[in-house]
Write a protein that binds this ligand. Sequence first.
Ligand code: SF4
Length: 238
Amino acid sequence: MVEVGLGGDMTAAYEAKEWIEAKKEGRKMTTSCCPAFISMIRHQFPKIYENNKSSTVSPMVAVSRYLKVMNPDCITVFVGPCVAKKGETLNEFIADRPDYAITFDEMLDLFESKNIEIEAVNEDYQESSTWGKKFAGLEVIEEMGEDVSDIKLLPCAGGAECRKALMLLNSGRLPEDFVEGMMCPGGCVGGPSRLGAEKEITKARAGLLAKADRRKILENLENYPMDKFSMYRDGHMD
Ligand code: SF4
């Protein structure tokens, strides 16, 4: 089992490189971690899909590629609150996709059907940085030694907010530099297969984040073979 926050570190680091380039060129960009947001861009805003979408893979794909480099015969299964990830595993535009994605509910049903009882894990266990767990792009840009004081980020959560931001970007009227789009209200904590009320999950998550160590994104990635696999949707290497 690998914490997908590690993929958050990987995606944030590579997306940050794209953002830095885009900022220099005066080009605005969108994030790539939410497959439902990408799907909205692809089907409704083809100009943005072509010119402004990040080409970095999502955290789920990043972790799967890492695992397959370490063990080429392994089968990868993403477990989370998201239904759109299932579509991402079938998306022909993404090279070397994960094998399967299941929801928390489906995983629990599988365990129950096999009479498997699960035990709590040690909460000190972690593989990602605090920023990877939060999927924080600006912090990694800062870690790269770049000035972030004039970067304007627009976080959007929920279909209406995402659509509004994309319409502004499409018409050239978006004041911000980057759009961070998550299709569920509240982001992934509001995912359709979350196990509990969004408020409770947000509180539990904040508690775990407070206990996380303060390692940084690039510092954490030094422990992983980032030169052995592609972090881009089409599978090209740097
Ligand atoms: S915001 Fe919702 S649709 Fe997007 S990745 Fe998270 S759970 Fe999936």
